[in-house]
Design a protein around this ligand. Structure first.
Ligand code: RIB
Length: 342
């Protein structure tokens, strides 16, 4: 259904009608004003102002064959990990005069698909997506329709689609190994849903490390699914553990925002960190080192991840797919040990 004119964005035809000229004359005023008589140009410019006309950039770029916009869909733009990721993408795109548009799926596959459609309609050069589900058939369809796709922060289940990821299984191993080395034999893992590949892989890494240490995950691991991958989700999850009288001595969190909620709750409950409960996060976002109890965290090379994804996308939709896997590192701080490195 066409929107009523009052709300529809004015088109170039509306401007031509209002100025009493052809669409071609309006196009000349916009692109080659020197070809238009001053009186006519003034009438067209008055109509543009009157109608608040904004030219359709993608149509212009498409006509000129110079599409210079790229879309990125992340899981949660409020998570500093994804803003750091977007910064890495943008700085790489900027070198080639490309513009980045960022959207947040909020872990919702339907919202992700809605943004994909919007980006395709806008005629972007390509999209980088942190998928909200394991199924990427809809991304293969976007690529078949001619828009480049790069999986972001996710290894690809289809070799034909490029991907840039961090080895999250290794990240889970690093966190579990550290807590075992600190003498913990039972770990609470506050995790996201396993439909999110990063969460499933981190869990796999924790289990692998517990088994390698001769422990039974059924007794040595308590996995709690957080209601949301942020500080409120971390608070709700750790409160649930405390209220059920199940106080773990070690809590590994799927990301630093969840860890922030855990630290906030433990402080409110006068539970000392790390003496009574050790806490480890994931991402090593900027605030991790700045907290009153600096947070031990699994560091992701976030900025490099974004820049590399942008590199792959700028190779174009017909380039041979590449699959890049970065390695995480563990940054040990006071939230998980009484002897943090200096
Ligand atoms: O969205 C959940 C997590 O996955 C983020 O915090 C980041 O770690 C990403 O890899």
């Amino acid at each position: 259904m066409t929107q009523p004119a009052a709300h529809r964005r004015a088109s170039i035809a509306d401007v031509a009608r209002a100025a009493g000229v052809s669409v071609g004359t309006v196009s000349n005023v916009l692109n080659r004003p020197e070809r238009v008589l001053p009186g006519t140009r003034e009438r067209v410019e008055a109509a543009i102002d009157e109608l608040s006309f904004v030219r359709n950039g993608s149509a212009r770029q498409l006509r000129a064959g110079t599409i210079t916009t790229v879309g990125a869909i992340v899981l949660d733009i409020a998570n500093p990990f994804f803003t750091d990721l977007a910064r890495g993408i943008e700085e790489r795109l900027d070198r080639d005069d490309f513009t980045l548009m960022v959207a947040s799926s909020d872990d919702d596959p339907d919202r992700e698909q809605r943004y994909l459609r919007l980006f395709e309609e806008h005629g972007v050069q390509g999209v980088m997506v942190v998928p909200a589900t394991d199924d990427i058939e809809h991304l293969l369809a976007v690529r078949r329709r001619g828009t480049g796709v790069v999986l972001l922060d996710r290894p690809s289940s289809d070799p034909s689609i490029s991907s840039v990821a961090v080895d999250d299984v290794r990240g889970g191993e690093l966190a579990a190994r550290h807590l075992l080395d600190e003498g913990h034999t039972r770990i609470a893992f506050l995790n996201g849903p396993h439909t999110i590949r990063q969460c499933a892989d981190r869990y796999e890494g924790v289990v692998k490390e517990l088994v390698a240490a001769g422990l039974d995950p059924a007794t040595a691991l308590v996995e709690v699914t957080v209601p949301s991958l942020n500080a409120d989700g971390g608070e709700a999850a750790v409160r649930g553990l405390l209220e059920h009288g199940d106080r773990p001595t070690a809590v590994f969190c799927v990301n630093d925002l969840v860890a922030l909620g855990v630290l906030r709750t433990l402080r409110t409950e006068n539970i000392s960190v790390p003496a009574e409960v050790a806490v480890v996060g994931y991402d090593d976002v900027t605030f991790a080192a700045e907290l009153s109890t600096p947070l031990t965290s699994v560091r992701q090379p976030t900025h490099e991840l974004g820049a590399r994804a942008a590199d792959l996308l700028l190779n174009g939709p017909d380039a041979t797919a590449e699959h890049v896997m970065f390695q995480p590192t563990l940054v040990v701080r006071a939230s998980s040990t009484s002897t943090p490195p200096k």
